[in-house]
Write a protein that binds this ligand. Structure first.
Ligand code: HEM
Ligand SMILES: *[C@@H]1O[C@H](CO)[C@@H](O)[C@H](O)[C@H]1NC(C)=O
Ligand SMILES: *[C@@H]1O[C@H](CO)[C@@H](O)[C@H](O)[C@H]1NC(C)=O
Ligand SMILES: *[C@@H]1O[C@H](CO)[C@@H](O)[C@H](O)[C@H]1NC(C)=O
Length: 480
């Protein structure tokens, strides 16, 4: 009897596996092109839904007349980028004529937003549209659905069945050998702005897994200044004149301590109580660069409160607070568009923040943060090998969780120094500092866990030409 079962179990397994590999989910090969949606019909057949793609045919590959015309006439994203980053003299003229500047900015905003599904569709648990994926805000959304679990390889049908050890990938392709400076002259002020700004919407809930976020606002709500919950917000507020709690050190305003607010933060036990500053995002004690921006926004909030109160002495604490928060959200978006994205883009076209540009347009104001957006934003190559402040040099070990650096130097020395120190180059590989190599590895592991599709599928999704070879991705000079 025992022998009999010993045979049956492996036989069933083998037969099962054979049947399984024969009838592999046909959507695994991503047959539908031009954003057509693949749907299985039975175990071994599929259909592409080409609705509103502008294409038709079995795989949505044949353009309708209008799509054909657009394809023929429309410049490629590469060409558009080239034009925007060259011809400085022409752009200077365009920038000075409001009609042209507004029209182009309107085009930049609408063409980018048309690339995004809104309302959001998939998440890391659902590769098809459904109510749960739409309504459950704990998930990051997905620009592309996850590779189905029954696919032959992690990339669908291409690539190896077993991916290489992520630690080896980090070591070979990502780890910095020698600091490579950013070619656009990006500085450390930008670097910490990036980290500070994005950590209001990239707040992975690691207890639930990489597919989940704690930032339920999915956008620029300044929860990193005011706290994610009302409970935390109330702890951080002074409850007078709309202001946030603060302390004065040597005549300058700094965040209050955890002891003062009871708004918990993540500090290792060795950090003394008087340096456990308390701000909206509980992880901002990690880096003095983050605490620097937290302090700047704290000062700005209380400054705006003072001005509002002068104009509206009749307003109570709540109205002063709420109005100031809206003003700071507006200031943030203005800085992000006109300084931060401007620097990032390298455009000679002068970007503009003006909500009215979209008032007569079709535009979706709702937003959902995507998991891929988070993965791409792991800009740790921006980080230098050491941090320079006012002729002092700090290693990562001295710098991390060390708020005394901010108090000792004061904000203006920090800002001056970080404005001078050049950041690392993000794109092109081999520039992740040794100190955060674990973060790069975690990012790869999480991407695999979330079953991301291949880079080329993402390129096609965003109308970029897929790479034909590894060399086309890296350039010929790449050596390892
Ligand atoms: C000294 C500076 C920094 C340190 C020590 C650091 C460290 C870390 C660590 C430990 C994580 C969590 C990794 C994980 O387990 O998933 C992380 C996540 C992340 N970091 Fe950094 N980082 C630094 C600077 C930056 C900068 C400058 C950026 C620029 C945008 C950045 C972007 C991110 C993003 C987007 C995440 C994912 C956040 C999330 O999903 O919650 N980091 N970093
Ligand atoms: C559609 O794609 C499938 C799978 O890649 C392929 O076998 C088939 O020939 C394609 N059909 C057309 C009409 O190109
Ligand atoms: C969202 O989905 C997760 C995972 O399925 C679940 O644990 C959580 O309770 C859901 N949240 C809501 C608000 O339904
Ligand atoms: C923190 O920074 C101070 C300078 O403000 C420095 O003296 C100290 O050694 C640093 N702490 C650690 C643990 O490196």
């Amino acid at each position: 009897m025992k022998n009999h079962w010993d045979m049956i179990v492996p036989c069933t397994l083998i037969i099962g596996l054979l049947a399984f590999s024969q009838a592999a989910n046909p959507c695994c090969s991503n047959p539908c092109q031009n954003r057509g949606v693949c749907m299985t019909t039975g175990f071994d057949r599929y259909e592409c839904d080409c609705t509103r793609t502008g294409f038709y045919g079995e795989n949505c590959t044949t353009p309708e007349f209008l799509s054909w015309l657009k394809l023929t006439l429309k410049p490629t994203p590469n060409t558009v980028h080239y034009i925007l980053t060259h011809f400085k003299g022409v752009w200077n003229i365009i920038n000075s004529i409001p009609f042209f500047r507004d029209s182009i900015m309107r085009y930049v905003l609408t063409s980018r937003s048309h690339l995004i599904d809104s309302p959001p569709t998939y998440n890391s648990q659902y590769g098809y549209k459904n109510w749960e994926a739409y309504s459950n805000l704990s998930f990051y959304t997905r620009a592309l659905p996850p590779v189905a679990l029954d696919c032959p390889t992690p990339m669908g049908v291409k690539g190896k069945k077993e991916l290489p050890d992520s630690a080896v990938v980090v070591e070979k392709f990502l780890l910095r050998k020698k600091f490579i400076p950013d070619p656009q002259g990006t500085n450390m002020m930008f670097t910490f702005f990036a980290q500070h700004f994005t950590h209001q919407f990239f707040k992975t809930d690691h207890h639930k897994g990489p597919a989940f976020t704690k930032a339920l606002g999915h956008g620029v709500d300044l929860n990193h200044v005011y706290g994610e919950t009302l409970d935390r917000q109330l702890k951080l507020r002074l409850r007078t004149d709309g202001k946030l709690k603060y302390q004065m050190i040597d005549g300058e305003m700094y965040p209050p301590t955890v002891k003062d607010t009871q708004a918990e933060m993540m500090y290792p036990p060795h950090v003394p109580e008087h340096l456990q500053f308390s701000v909206g995002n509980e992880v901002f004690g990690l880096v003095p660069g983050l605490m620097m921006y937290a302090t700047i926004w704290l000062r700005e909030h209380n400054r705006v409160c003072d001005i509002l109160k002068q104009v509206h002495p009749e307003w109570n604490d709540e109205q002063l607070f709420q109005t100031t928060r809206l003003i700071l959200i507006g200031e943030t978006i203005k800085i992000v568009v006109e300084d931060y994205v401007q620097q990032l883009s390298g455009y000679y076209f002068k970007l503009k923040f003006d909500p009215e540009l979209l008032f007569n347009q079709q535009f979706q104001y709702q937003n959902r943060i995507a998991a891929e957006f988070n993965t791409l934003y792991h800009w740790h190559p921006l980080l230098p090998d050491s941090f320079q402040i006012h002729d002092q040099e700090y290693t990562f070990q001295q710098f991390l969780y060390n708020n005394s650096i901010m108090v000792e130097h004061g904000l203006s020395h920090m800002v001056k120094s970080f404005s001078k120190q050049i950041a690392g180059r993000v794109a092109g590989g081999k520039n992740v500092p040794f100190a955060v190599q674990k973060v790069a590895k975690a990012s790869i592991d999480q991407s695999r866990q979330m079953r991301y599709q291949s880079l080329n599928e993402y390129r096609k999704r965003f109308l970029l030409k897929p790479f034909k070879s590894f060399e086309e991705l890296t350039g010929k000079s790449y050596s390892f």
